[in-house]
Design a protein around this ligand. Structure first.
Ligand code: COA
Length: 176
């Protein structure tokens, strides 16, 4: 994979984020959905307008990974968000971290996380947290590799394919 860069995203990146968001989500999780309408709404939550709304939130910090001038992945973070198991103070949530398929396993995810951790620390957070679908073993493997620990279970709020588990794991990483 050729060189990529990690850039703090602004409104100017929303169009690219709105392309890679739905594509990266669909590539990884399309099989969770058999209801096209529900899937559409989920994909829309990764679209350009959704990113503009996220970027406008005062607690939101967003990074985009770029390669050859185009977006290949992104990470969103909300500072001041408490993990849902113990409601512990000092948290920053990483609700979304997604790479296009060709960008996976090249260290891009880790670089996005490092940018978010540095920012979270600079803003006084003592830990970052996220939740992940229990069946997404590739993502859980990455988070464990990056130093996250499982602290409990959660449930996905959307309506997935019948029979598909909505179980999620909540994972925390201490910021040293
Ligand atoms: C999960 C994700 C963000 C990880 O980022 P990444 O840049 O691919 O991760 P890294 O290159 O740092 O890999 C770290 C480790 O994660 C694990 N890992 C990553 N992808 C994996 C896969 N497909 N299968 C098994 N393990 C995987 C491996 O242990 C890997 O280390 P290794 O390559 O030395 O074996 C990325 O794969 C992705 O965007 N996946 C699709 C979308 C997604 O599921 N996002 C998470 C939503 S909660």
């Amino acid at each position: 994979m050729s060189e990529f860069s990690i850039i703090r995203a602004s409104e100017a990146d929303a169009a690219d984020l709105g392309v890679i968001g739905p594509a990266a989500y669909a590539a990884a999780y399309h099989d969770d959905w058999d209801d096209a309408v529900g899937f559409f709404h989920q994909l829309k939550s990764f679209g350009e307008d959704a990113f503009l709304a996220t970027l406008a939130r005062p607690e939101a910090r967003v990074w985009i990974a770029r390669q050859d001038g185009v977006g290949i992945g992104f990470l969103t973070m909300f500072v001041g968000s408490l993990e849902p198991i113990n409601s512990r103070e000092g948290g920053a949530e990483i609700p979304r971290i997604y790479l296009l398929p060709g960008a996976r396993r090249g260290g891009t995810g880790k670089k996005l996380l490092e940018a978010a951790e540095a920012q979270a620390k600079a803003e006084g957070a003592s830990y970052v947290w996220l939740d992940v679908m229990e069946h997404a073993e590739w993502a859980i493997a990455a988070y464990e590799r990056w130093g996250f620990t499982d602290i409990g279970g959660n449930m996905f709020s959307g309506g997935l394919r019948p029979g598909r588990s909505r179980a999620m794991r909540v994972m925390v990483k201490e910021l040293k």
